[in-house]
Structure formats: structure tokens, C-alpha cells
Ligand binder design. Sequence first.
Ligand code: AMP
Length: 305
Amino acid sequence: MTSKPTIVRTVAELRKRIASFRRSRPIEEAAVGFVPTMGYLHEGHASLLRRSVQDNGLTVLSIFVNPIQFGPNEDLDKYPRDEEKDVALAASCGVDLVFLPTVQEMYPQRRVTTVMVSEVTDGLCGASRPGHFDGVATVVAKLLNIVQPDRAYFGLKDAQQVAVVTRMAQDLNIPTEIVSCPTVREEDGLALSSRNVYLNAEEREQALSLSRSLSRVAEWIGEGVDAPELSELLKREIRRSPLAKVEYAEALTYPDLLPPEPGTPLRSIDGSVLVALAVRFGTTRLIDNRLLNPKEVGVHACFAK
Ligand code: AMP
């Protein structure tokens, strides 16, 4: 059964409602799940919300386009928004509270505190979007302090973000379990993203080069390539789509996000490897990745969830 979620716009009211929920339930039913988003929700977000509703007595969704995680020339001003549709999707997933703060509510005074996570932010989007993960870590730390959830749900579509938030929660003793969820895709393989609406028909068609190249990763790793060779193979495959401009195509260990030693076949690496892409189509920047366990690639070429 679904009912309309309550919309809350202030930190004080959100805290009051969560406290009242916790007081009203025996401790074993009082778990709070939290899904932070920037809105313009799609099935990827819905998968996180459904998981939280399944696992917890109360689910809080936040929708906040966080200005401090956008660079000066990024898409902050044109980031798509549709509050009404988002609330309807939240209702259909069984969300209890939707937190929709203004920028003023989240940043009421000049901010002199920043949460900076090092090392896991050195590569990938951390390198190509300077300051981005400072903005992410800071807003996620604030939201986790505001909501104080038992569990918070993040999508592996943004695998580096999962690594950053997990490490931050460990380092700062934040008592929230960080739960990572698999990437939801369109039927043809394109990873769902709020930014997909920016693509014109031709770009949408060529955007399949991301998932298509990633689908060959297990085969290439099985053949014995090292990280630089895999990077080259991915770039060559993506560049078959003439509109694609590759920002990065890399394999790193996961969750430490360290570059494997060049010359070492990826298939000999213990543990997980993240193969991550960022590709531009015109002004639209898309990311996608696969997380896999190379030791299993030769056996049944299966991707780790
Ligand atoms: P965003 O609104 O883009 O900040 O995303 C909010 C959350 O939804 C993040 O944890 C994302 O990783 C997750 N998410 C976005 N797209 C997908 C997807 N296609 N599949 C699963 N999770 C996703």
C-alpha cells in the first residue's frame, strides 16, 4: 500500500518527525533508511528507495541539488528538476518523508568547514572534477548528521562516490551502514541518469558505446591485458562512436581505487577491480562502470554486483 509522503523543507521539522517516529516504535522496528539524491528521479533512484522501504521502518528521501559539488563551468543552473513527478515516484515506492531543503536551509551561514577525503579521490572524477568530492563528502556528512539514519543507500553507478562515502563514514565513525546498490540500465544497456535527458537522438544512440565497451571487459581481462592495455582497448572501442570524447577509461582496484602495477595482468589481481568511464557527448558528460572480480572472469565471466 502506498500513501503520499510528507514533504519537509526544514532541518528542524525533519528532525522532529524522525524523532517522533523513533519514539513511536519498539527499537527493532525503528530503523531509518535514507536515500540522498539530486532529484529528477528515475528507476535507478527508485531501486534505492524500494530497497530502503524493504529494509527499514521509515524511509527518508532527500532531493537537493548541492551547489558546492558543481564546478564553475558545470551544469548546476540547468540541472533538471521536477518536484511534482519526484514526489509521485517517491509515493509509488512507499517513501515516508521527502526532505526538500533550499540552499539557504542547507548553507545558512558562510561555510568554513569542508570534509575532504583524500586518496580515493585522486583519480577518475576526483581528477577531472576538482573539488567535486569535497562538495559531495561535505553535503553527505551534513545530511547523515541531519537524518542520523541506520542505513544510507547509494548506487554503484557512482562507484567512486560509494568508495568516498564509505571511507568517510569509517574514518569519522559515522554510525550509518552505507549500502551500495547495483546500477539500473535501460533495456539497451544505457545506465539510467538524470543527465540522459540532455542527449539528442544521435548522442543517445552513440551513448551506448559506454555499456558496449564495458560489456567486453571480462573478455579482455580473460585474455591477460594489464590496466594501460585495457584502457586503450576501451578508448578504441568508444571512439568508434564519432561524437564520443573520452575523459577517462581506467581500471583501478576497488574500493581503494589504486592503479594496478603496469605489466601486471588484471586477471591475476585478488579482490575487486573497478573499470570506470567518463565520456562527453557535446556538453553532456556521462559516466558508467563495471565492478568485477578478475579471478572469476576466466571461470564464468561474471560481474560482481
Ligand atoms: P543523483 O540524483 O544523481 O545524485 O543520484 C542519487 C543516487 O542515485 C546516487 O547514490 C546514485 O548513485 C544513484 N543512482 C543514480 N543513477 C543510478 C542508476 N542508474 N542505478 C542505480 N543507482 C543510481
